[in-house]
Design a protein around this ligand. Structure first.
Ligand code: C2E
Ligand code: MG
Ligand code: MG
Ligand code: MG
Length: 280
């Protein structure tokens, strides 16, 4: 297109590309340093049993303290994946979270942990051994850990990620499909890998009770989970009506700002054995 408008535009276009590539590389270098200097930290968002309102587990969510400003995963995960930093970063996340939860469990609190994975991590050499080593080092039993993967992880690289994940599941680690319902042929994906939980995408929960098709789909996913013997977690619960509707539909677990926001480790400690909040 630039060509049609004359040579001047080609230059403008090239300069813009250059800026993008340079800032991308700068970010990647900055991220590498951030990992070395301990600028990443984790928040934990409680997941509750919708029947009993008890906190049954927490999902670890990574953040970056960039010169005092907190940057969320959307601001750096893409670059970390591109550069491959996600592999050591992901290991740090897993280790940090497992160590915290192992300490919380010492006081007889039966709390589980969910950790998100990128496909690059799953496909990296020694991924299975790394997870095993982290569990052994932290003293956490495999059953306590749930690894969350997006639906597309089951497809990427011709489904190469299925084998290491299945291997970990064989060791007792639980698997959850994150953002369920967003991909194509969602149902078919589940046949490629046995999972323990599906997390209904927040876009479904957002329209629950407002859009008949979405409400029906949500109900169907919950029913499907029951039929398959898979736990169903609803993500992105923000309004009391959503909570009521999900309960009525028999959804097992819930997560969202109404229930509890992602919080620092110290915040989780104050929840020991208790309920997530007054909103339940
Ligand atoms: P996710 O795994 O689906 O995590 C849930 C996201 O939804 C989190 O955003 C959480 O803060 C947000 N959330 C929870 N409840 C509500 C709600 O009621 N309303 C709204 N609007 N949002 C809610 P966050 O922390 O920004 O993370 C975004 C995504 O980044 C995650 O989506 C996950 O895919 C990825 N991610 C986060 N931490 C990690 C990590 O440690 N490793 C990897 N590989 N990916 C991560
Ligand atoms: Mg997740
Ligand atoms: Mg996700
Ligand atoms: Mg999700």
């Amino acid at each position: 297109r630039a060509k049609e408008r004359g040579p001047g535009n080609v230059e403008v276009y090239a300069a813009h590309m250059h800026d993008t590539v340079v800032s991308r590389l700068e970010l990647q270098i900055r991220l590498r340093r951030a990992l070395a200097e301990g600028e990443f930290f984790l928040e934990y968002q409680p997941i509750v049993d919708l029947g009993s309102s008890q906190v049954t587990s927490v999902e670890a969510l990574v953040r970056w303290n960039r010169d005092g400003e907190v940057v969320g995963p959307d601001g750096f995960l893409g670059a970390a994946e591109e550069s491959g930093l996600i592999v050591p970063l992901g290991e740090w996340i897993l280790r940090e979270a497992c160590e915290k939860v192992a300490v919380w469990r010492v006081s007889d609190w039966d709390i589980g942990l969910s950790v998100n994975l990128s496909v690059k991590q799953v496909l990296s050499p020694r991924f299975v051994e790394t997870v095993e080593a982290v569990l052994a080092d932290s003293g956490l039993s495999a059953e306590v850990l749930t690894l969350e993967v997006d639906e597309d992880v089951l497809l990427d690289g011709g489904g190469e990620a299925v084998q290491p994940l299945a291997e970990l599941r064989g060791l007792g680690v639980q698997l959850a499909v994150d953002d369920y319902g967003m991909g194509y042929a969602s149902l078919a994906h589940l046949r490629r890998l046995s999972v323990d939980a599906i997390k209904i995408d927040p876009s479904f929960i957002a329209d629950l009770g407002r859009d008949d098709t979405v409400t029906l789909l949500t109900h169907t996913i919950i029913q499907l989970g029951r039929d398959l013997g898979v736990q169903v977690v609803a993500e992105g619960i923000e309004r009391p009506e959503q909570l009521e509707q999900l309960r009525a539909m028999g959804c097992d677990h819930g997560q969202g700002f109404l229930v509890a926001r992602p919080m620092a480790a110290s915040g989780v400690e104050s929840l020991v054995g208790g309920e997530a909040g007054a909103n339940l």
